[in-house]
Design a protein around this ligand. Structure first.
Ligand code: UDP
Length: 242
């Protein structure tokens, strides 16, 4: 017998982050995430609102996560509930942010004295400690296991999933005239121990460059005061929906 899935009730707020709020739901295995228009950069030093950003990032993530599921990447996404809300599986967030890079940009380009856009022979994975207080510092490949943030097996799974996300999304965005320069992923663990993709994939967490003009279509427009921030986010939503 199949039982019909009912959307759980939204209960109290559990947590407010820089770009999202998280609410408990009447189903203990599920949470409700609400996307905000708030934007921060440089670890919260620069703050502003980007009009419509919450709805756009929710829509983009709600398109991309099911696409990844279809390509064998398990995710926390259940369903988009409204313009700003989505229902997700409750996970224990592993405090490791994985950055995947296809072209040198941002902190990587700066650290190594490279021109932004320098091609990388293979995708480069970086590991950061998810800590606002410390500004998400870069750590070595071994630190997450050494410090007990996750097991060696979990880290291997995370790295393989990150590379799979990269190959799926490189192709997906190139078909839409966008170079996927780099992006950040977060992973969580279900109660049964399975590691799944969590958080979001949006212009807040990726660098997107127009494949023809090189124009930046992501949060760098905000970070670097380039103007046209809302327009870039809307352009990316339109391309993702093509
Ligand atoms: N990123 C992110 N959250 C962070 C740090 C980085 O989403 O806390 C994303 C960022 O948008 C970019 C990629 O990860 O797409 C690499 O960022 P980088 O390390 O170059 O840092 P940045 O130059 O943005 O400080």
């Amino acid at each position: 017998m199949t039982s019909e899935f009912r959307i759980p009730e939204k209960l109290e707020q559990l947590y407010e982050g820089k770009a999202k709020k998280v609410f408990r739901s009447s189903d203990p295995a599920l949470l409700i995430v609400e996307y905000k228009d708030d934007a921060t950069a440089f670890n919260g030093v620069k703050k502003a609102q980007i009009l419509g950003k919450g709805a756009i990032n929710n829509a983009i993530t709600s398109r991309i996560f099911p696409l990844l599921e279809g390509e064998g990447v398990p995710t926390h996404f259940v369903v988009q509930l409204s313009e700003r809300e989505q229902l997700v599986k409750a996970v224990h967030i592993i405090p490791v942010e994985i950055i995947v890079r296809n072209l040198a940009a941002g902190s990587f380009a700066k650290r190594l004295g490279l021109e932004e856009g320098t091609p990388l022979g293979i995708p480069v994975l970086e590991h950061c400690y998810k800590s606002d207080a410390l500004g998400d510092p870069l750590v070595s490949r071994d630190a997450p296991v050494a410090l007990g943030w996750c097991s060696e097996d979990d880290l291997e799974t995370i790295r393989l999933l990150a590379l799979r996300v990269n190959s799926v999304l490189l192709h997906f965005f190139l078909e839409r005239g966008v170079k996927l320069v780099d992006f950040k992923l977060e992973f969580g663990k279900l109660a049964n121990g399975q590691v799944i993709l969590a958080d979001e994939i949006s212009p807040d967490t990726c660098r997107f460059w127009d494949a023809v003009t090189g124009e930046k279509l992501d949060k760098d427009r905000f970070r670097r005061d380039l103007g046209g921030v809302e327009e870039a986010y809307e352009d990316m939503l339109e391309r993702v929906n093509r």
